[in-house]
Structures are given as C-alpha cells and as structure tokens.
Design a protein around this ligand. Structure first.
Ligand SMILES: [Zn+2]
Length: 385
C-alpha cells in the first residue's frame, strides 16, 4: 500500500512527523487533534511498512512509563529533485525527509525536449550511482520532482509555457516517467523552492510568507496557512509580470511595463548596453562600471531596484505575509539595487504591511533542485487533488 492510499489521518500524522521531527504519540495528538485511538490505528501499519520508526524514550511519561518517540524513517525511500535552467540541469538525490544525499549537474547541449529528457534520465542514473549499492536496486527511487520556470501545470504534469526553453504544452512528467520508469511530478521552480523553504528553510513555522527570486526572471512563491498557493489555473505569484510602468521595453511575455522587462538579468544587461553604447557589454562589465560610478549604468540598476521594490510592496499589500525571502542568482548584484528596493518597499507598502520582514537569502541551485525532491515527497503522501 502506498502512502497515498492511506486515510487522511495517516497523511496528517506523517506530515506532522516530517515537519516537527521525532514526537511522542501525545505530541502528535496535541498538534493534530487526532485521538490516541486514531493515532494508534494509523501509526501501526506505517510502522509495519517501515515508513515510520520508534526511537528511544522521551523524558515525558505516559501512565507512569516513559513515552516512545516516533519519527519518519528517512531511508525508507529515495527521491530525485531536478532544476532545469536554460543551459544546465542541477540534480539532487534526497531521502524521505528531503535531506540531500548526492548532487550532480549536467550541461544541456540543446533545449530540444528530447535532449533535455534524455539528459534528465542520465543524470538520474548518475545520482543513483553515487549511493551505496544496496540502495541501488530498481524501485529504490520512489519519485522524481522536476522544476522549471514558467507556466507549469503540476496537476497534469504539463509545461504550458517556458520562455527560457521556448517550450509550449510539453507533457514533461509523462516523458520523464517514460524515460526513467519512475513516477514523476513537475512544478514551477519558484513554487518548489517555496515548498523547500516552508519545510526546512526560512519559512518554517510562519503562518504566511513569500519567496521572491531575482535573476533571469522575477518569480514569487506564496505560502499561506502551510500551503503553497498554486493557482486555480496553474499560475500564481507572477510578480515578474506586474505592470510597474514604462513602455520602452518589451517583456518576454510580450507586454510592456512588466517588472521583468526592466529588472531581469537580461533586461539589466540590455539597458546597460544602451547606456554605455556598447552592444557587446556583458553583465560582469556592467557591474564593474556601476561599482566604478558610471552614472548611466547605476541608473539602470536603480530602475531595476525600484521595480523590484514595487513588486515586493505589491506582495505585502495583497497577501500581508510575515516575511518575504529574497533569493535568486540576481543577489550577486544585490548591493547595486538594495537601497532602491528597500526605500521603494517602505514607500509603497500600505500601513502595517511595511512591517513585513524582508530577508535576503542566497540559495544555490541545489536548493531549488531539493525543492523538486520535496514536491515529489509531498505528492507521495498528499497527492494533488
Ligand atoms: Zn511580462
């Protein structure tokens, strides 16, 4: 019996143990509202099948006897998480608690769907080969979670639109499943990162938070009441396409005035090229010029910072999260727009929304890939409705 076939109380017990570590049955009861009888009923088969394990005794006593701690058995299942960027795959092999056991990367020679799927399958094999032989038997990997930027429908496993790969309506989950023989889920990369932050990052224990990522795109994942918002139609949190004004630049989505049209890495590079009059200027050179005080290039970074500050203020005004975590590869140049981000946020966040804590958190792509593994784990015990 898979976890997904079990009653909802089993998923609740499992989720509680994943989030809060070893607990006594009484702790589980306090956190979930399940009765002692209900906990015994769902815990016994999970213990028998090895999904959870009894550890030592806690200091707490039940009827005069020390209470037993129960915990998720991390080694019961393995999962692969993968992030696809425009030119590379980043993969992790994780256990049932989404702890990373192995990592690997592979370059993408082409963005053609067949090539990417084949490269994913090869990277899964490489990750498997990194673990002990006894853990390598077929079926040892319970699921794969692939994450990709853009409009991703996790329910049908379809990439509706990926601007960076130029993919439309690609049934990626089915293709990866066919190539690897392993159940596969896909998710928008920023939402997967948000799941990881909710589970074991800077979002642990918060009633609501958002992750805003800056870099090749401007993304946002929103967690409310312990759930990452996925949108009724598969799109949510697309702050990169909030209209913040300006008609001089066309966004990857085809509109003008989007945050991404002035604040993505590509947009900053193109504007810096215009400011300097050098069509071959690289981002690294633009950063050097900005640090050296080139006023035109500094203005480009300031404009990007204002757009991002407006995006953050919009998230705070709409959702009112306890915290906004700012991450993404664009943090490498964060010092060049931090002042504008913070001042714009302070000016535009309405009233107490400005109390939202802004946390800057550099996270490597392996952490994004780990989000894919976390999504795959979640799907096993709490399948998408
Ligand atoms: Zn746009």
């Amino acid at each position: 019996m898979t976890l997904a076939d079990r009653p909802p109380a089993a998923a609740l017990l499992f989720q509680t143990l994943l989030a809060h570590g070893p607990l006594t049955r009484a702790d589980v009861g306090r956190r979930t509202g399940l009765s002692a009888g209900a906990i015994t009923k769902v815990a016994t088969p999970l213990l028998t099948d090895g999904w959870i394990v009894e550890l030592g005794r806690s200091a707490e006593r039940t009827n005069g006897r020390p209470a037993t701690l129960i915990a998720v058995r991390a080694e019961r299942a393995r999962f692969v998480g993968m992030k696809i960027t425009g030119d590379e795959l980043i993969g992790v092999l994780a256990d049932l608690t989404a702890q990373t056991r192995a990592t690997a990367r592979a370059g993408l020679g082409s963005r053609d769907v067949g090539t990417v799927v084949l490269t994913i399958a090869r990277l899964v094999d490489r990750l498997s080969a990194q673990v002990a032989p006894r853990e390598r038997e077929p079926g040892a990997i319970q699921g794969i979670g692939v994450t990709i930027s853009g409009d991703v429908d996790g329910h049908t496993g379809t990439v509706q639109y990926s601007p960076f790969l130029n993919w439309r309506r690609v049934p990626l989950a089915d293709l990866v499943r066919a190539a690897t023989g392993i159940p596969t889920v896909i998710e928008n990369d920023v939402r997967a990162l948000t799941v990881a932050e909710q589970w074991f990052g800077a979002g642990v224990g918060l009633s609501s938070f958002a992750v805003v990522t800056v870099g090749a795109g401007i993304g946002c994942g929103i967690s409310i009441g312990g759930r990452v918002v996925s949108g009724a139609h598969g799109v949510a949190g697309e702050v990169g396409h909030l209209p913040v004004g300006g008609t001089d630049r066309v966004c990857t989505c085809g509109n003008t005035g989007c945050v991404e049209a002035v604040a993505s890495t590509q947009a900053i590079t193109e504007q810096a090229r215009q400011a300097v009059g050098d069509p071959a200027l690289t981002m690294d050179e633009a950063v050097r010029l900005a640090h050296a005080g080139h006023s035109g290039v500094r203005a480009v970074f300031s404009r990007a910072g204002r757009a991002m500050g407006l995006a953050l203020a919009s998230v705070a005004n709409l959702v009112g999260p306890e915290r906004i975590i700012i991450s993404g590869e664009g943090l490498a140049t964060y010092d060049l727009y931090e002042d504008e981000i913070r001042s714009t946020f302070a000016a535009r966040a309405f009233g107490a929304a400005a109390d939202c804590d802004l946390v800057v958190r550099p996270l490597p792509f392996e952490e994004w890939a780990r989000g894919g593994a976390a999504v795959a784990v979640q799907r096993v015990f709490a399948p998408a409705k």
